[in-house]
Design a protein around this ligand. Structure first.
Ligand code: AQP
Length: 331
C-alpha cells in the first residue's frame, strides 16, 4: 500500500510555488493510499520566527490545506511539533549521518550564504529532520517540488545507513514524486530564482492570500522581455521569465505549455498578462475565501489538528518502538 507524506513550513505566507509545486499535487494522492500532510513547524524555527506569527501561520497553513481540497476524512493533517517522535528519530538518524553528506546540501549553502559560521546547527541538520519526518511513517511516496529532490535522495541514503547498521529491511526507501506542470515556480522578479516565501521582495511572489488587486498588480509588474510569445517550447528555454509565466498559466489551466503557446503565440505580454491574472484569480480567489472562512473558527481548526496529532502519533509510536529495540534502548 502507498503511504504518502509531505509538509510545508509555516515560515511565511504560502506562495503560488507551494501551491503548484506541492499542495495541488497532493489532492489526487489522498485517494491512492494513506496520506499524511504535515505543517513542519520544527523546520520553520531553523530561521528565527516571531512566536505569535508562528502560531497564526501554523493555523493558516492548516486552513489553506483544507481550503485547497485536502480532506481530513481521507488524509491526516497534523503539526510536526505535536508529534515529538519526529525530533527523537531525527537525533537517532543524525548519529548515522556523515557530515560529508550534509556538506553537499545546496539549500544550506543558499540559506546560510556568507553567514555560514553564524548559521544555526538546526539549519545545517534540517535534512536529517526531514528524513525523520518521512521515515517515521515508513513512507513510500513523497510529493514535493523540484527544490527538495536533493533532500529526498539524502533521506534514502540515511534510511540505507540505518538499515545497514541495524536491520537490512527496516526502513522503506521513499520515492520522491515531482509532479505537475510547474514543479519549480520561479520568482516574478528574476526567472532564474525560485519563488520563495522568504524573498525580501513581496513583488517576487504571489501569496495565497493576496487580493485580486495585488495579483493584478504583481503580474503587471512581473519582469518579462520585449519579445512576443514564441511558437515553440524550445524558444522559451532562453527566456526564463517568459517561460515561468507560460508554465504558471499551463499549471493553473491544467494544460500543457504547448497548448498555451498554441493559443498565445505572437501575443505581447500586454495581452498575455491580463489573461494570466484573470485565470490566477479564478483559481486562487475561492481558495482564499475558504481559507478565511476556516480561520474564523480557530477552535475547530485546533481540534482538527489534535485529531490529526493522535492518528499520526499512533503510527509514529509503532516505528519508534521498533527503532528503540533495534538500537538497544531500554523500553
Ligand atoms: N517555487 C516553488 N516551486 C515549486 N515548489 C515549491 N515549493 C516551495 N517553493 C516552490 C514546494 O513547497 C513545499 C514546501 O516547501 P517549504 O515551504 O517547506 O520550504 P521551501 O521549499 O524552502 O519553500 P520556500 O518558499 O522557499 O520557503 P522558505 O522561503 O521559508 O525557505 C516543498 O514541496 C517545496 O518543494
Amino acid at each position: 500500500m502507498k503511504r504518502i507524506f509531505s509538509g510545508i513550513q509555516p515560515s511565511g505566507n504560502l506562495t503560488l510555488g507551494n501551491y503548484l509545486g506541492a499542495i495541488k499535487n497532493w489532492i489526487p494522492l489522498q485517494s491512492q493510499g494513506e496520506a499524511l500532510f504535515c505543517i513542519v513547524d520544527l523546520h520553520a524555527i531553523t530561521i528565527p520566527q516571531d512566536p505569535a506569527s508562528l502560531k497564526s501561520r501554523t493555523l493558516e497553513v492548516a486552513a489553506t490545506y483544507l481550503a485547497s481540497g485536502i480532506d481530513p476524512q481521507n488524509a491526516i493533517i497534523f503539526v510536526q511539533s505535536q508529534v515529538p517522535q519526529h525530533a527523537e528519530l531525527a537525533w537517532i538518524l543524525s548519529c548515522l549521518t556523515p557530515l560529508g553528506w550534509l556538506n553537499r546540501m545546496t539549500q544550506f549553502k543558499d540559506k546560510a550564504g556568507k553567514q555560514r559560521e553564524q548559521a544555526a546547527l538546526g539549519l545545517y541538520s534540517y535534512p536529517v529532520l526531514q528524513a525523520a519526518d518521512i521515515l517515521l511513517y515508513q513512507t513510500t511516496h513523497v510529493p514535493v517540488g523540484e527544490d527538495q529532490k536533493q533532500h529526498l535522495e539524502l533521506a534514502r541514503d540515511i534510511a540505507g545507513a540505518f538499515n545497514r547498521a541495524y536491520n537490512q529491511d527496516f526502513f522503506t526507501l521513499p520515492e520522491p514524486q515531482i509532479l505537475g506542470i510547474a514543479p519549480r515556480v520561479m520568482s516574478l522578479r528574476d526567472g532564474t530564482k525560485k519563488m520563495s516565501k522568504s524573498d525580501p521582495s513581496d513583488l517576487s511572489r504571489i501569496n495565497m492570500m493576496d487580493s485580486d488587486e495585488e495579483i493584478n498588480q504583481k503580474i503587471r509588474k512581473a519582469k518579462t522581455d520585449p519579445e512576443p510569445l514564441p511558437e515553440s517550447v524550445e524558444e522559451l528555454t532562453t527566456r526564463p521569465e517568459a517561460q515561468n509565466l507560460v508554465t504558471i498559466y499551463a499549471a493553473l489551466a491544467n494544460c500543457s505549455v504547448e497548448k498555451v503557446l498554441e493559443e498565445y503565440k505572437g501575443s505581447l505580454f500586454s495581452v498575455f498578462k491580463p489573461q494570466l491574472s484573470e485565470l490566477m484569480i479564478s483559481v486562487l480567489a475561492p481558495i482564499r475565501a475558504e481559507t478565511k472562512r476556516r480561520l474564523q473558527d480557530k477552535n475547530e481548526l485546533e481540534s482538527l489538528l489534535r485529531s490529526g496529532q493522535q492518528k499520526a502519533s499512533e503510527k509514529a509510536q509503532v516505528t519508534l518502538k521498533e527503532v528503540r529495540e533495534l538500537i538497544g534502548f531500554l523500553s
